[in-house]
Design a protein around this ligand. Structure first.
Ligand code: ACO
Ligand code: OAA
Length: 373
């Protein structure tokens, strides 16, 4: 028998088709349902992008109004969910709180096991509506503050910021935050989306798939990197230290968070747009020291390893300057990616095949019990 070829980490393996998004590393482009993500970030509200991912087309004004009405109606968390989340240890990572919240919402949903398209679209919308309140609750709790009721006179991004920070910031900040949500919304078969598809392929329910995806996104090699970028910046301190810090970190075989990508080898298509958003935030929030550090570390990394920043690199400092605590950065990523995950869950169910790869066994050859010793 010839040795099977192993595709470690499934790198380069095409496991299925998708109509949701296309990542093209050769042209550094990313499209959602055919639309370049930069255009969507510049011209659309996040609610419109969510609709596009779920339905395949941008909404008409009437469709958007109906979706907005439904979303605003589901922004308030059930009281028993709030009490359960507040009973978790204060040391719990906000990603654990969020994962728990999704799991509890699933346990409360009488239609949890209905995998019909309409039932799952309704669940996706409810999670989309509820997750900002969970993120806001975790950050406010860290500061000894009670949760705020959502405001149904505000759009999704404004309400998210209001519930977390206690006020709606300047329009430039709202727009930059919304840009990050659009850029984070979807990215083909990344690890967390693939996780959600694996769980869905067993015909499990949407909440289980999303809970598993949250677990996958938490890791620092994936979504957890946006938090790690901020920790790195704090460790380095100032731009002047970047080169020496990097040399020591690489000598110690450390992975530098926010750099490198499985698919993009010439740079992440989303970074220029998010870098501009970071610049706008930095100008309003006195963040030039962070921009200098950003550039110094990026230059040093390009020189030392030829590696480019990924989306988490500009997103981390942007969220910091907006006023988010570092541990809620990845939960914000979840709130955005819930749109992509749930679009993929629907696509998986529409043409399902159990995802179950093979492995090459390298353990002991067959042996008999009772022969050892
Ligand atoms: C939104 C997102 O999820 S984007 C990804 C966010 N994750 C991060 O920023 C974490 C840091 N980056 C990494 O760990 C990697 O670049 C990954 C996991 C994203 C991609 O990894 P892979 O495609 O498996 O690339 P791989 O790990 O094979 O890297 C190739 C080489 O570059 C090195 N490398 C890649 N990224 C980095 C990094 N950030 N810091 C240091 N070295 C790196 C690897 O060590 C490897 O070197 P070697 O050939 O000497 O062993
Ligand atoms: O595609 C990936 O592997 C990771 C990523 O950038 C994302 O999920 O946004």
């Amino acid at each position: 028998m010839s040795a099977p070829s192993i595709h470690k980490g499934l790198a380069g393996v095409v496991v299925d088709t998708t109509e949701v998004s296309m990542v093209n590393p050769d042209t550094n482009s990313l499209t959602y349902r055919g639309y370049p993500v930069q255009d969507l970030a510049g011209k659309c509200r996040f609610e419109e992008v969510a609709y596009l991912l779920w339905y395949g087309e941008l909404p008409t004004p009437e469709q958007l109004a109906a979706q907005n009405e439904a979303e605003r109606a589901h922004r308030t968390l059930p009281r028993d969910l709030v009490l359960t989340l507040l009973s978790l240890p204060e040391t719990a990572h906000p990603m654990d709180t969020l994962r728990t919240a999704v799991s509890i919402l699933g346990a409360h949903d009488p239609h949890e096991d209905d995998n019909g398209l309409e039932a799952n679209r309704a669940k996706a919308l409810r999670l989309f509506a509820a997750l900002p309140a969970v993120v806001a609750l975790t950050q406010r709790r860290r500061h000894g503050l009670l949760p705020l009721a959502p405001r149904d006179d505000l759009g999704y991004a404004e309400n998210f910021l209001y519930m977390t920070l206690g006020e709606v910031p300047e329009p430039v900040i709202v727009r930059a935050f919304e840009t990050s949500l659009v850029l984070y919304a979807e990215h083909s078969f990344n690890a967390s989306t693939f996780t959600s598809r694996v769980v869905t392929s067993t015909l499990s329910d949407l909440y289980s798939a999303v809970t598993a995806a949250i677990g996958a996104l938490k890791g620092p090699l994936h979504g957890g990197a946006n938090e790690a970028v901020m920790t790195t910046f704090e460790e380095i301190g100032t731009a002047a230290n970047a080169e020496a810090w990097l040399a020591a970190a690489l000598a110690g075989k450390r992975k530098i968070m926010g750099f490198g990508h499985r698919v993009y080898k010439k740079g992440d298509s989303r970074v220029p747009t998010m870098r501009r958003a970071l610049q706008e935030i930095a100008e309003l929030r006195d963040g030039h020291h962070l921009l200098d550090l950003y550039e110094a570390l990026a230059r040093a990394m390009a020189g030392a390893k030829g590696l480019h920043p990924n989306l988490d690199y500009p997103a981390g400092p942007a969220y910091h300057l907006i006023g988010f605590d570092t541990p809620v950065f990845t939960p914000i990523f979840v709130a955005a990616r819930i749109t992509g995950w749930t679009a993929h869950i629907a696509e998986q169910l529409a043409d399902n095949s159990l995802i179950r790869p093979s492995s090459a066994y390298t353990g002991p050859t067959e042996r008999m019990l009772g022969t050892a010793g």
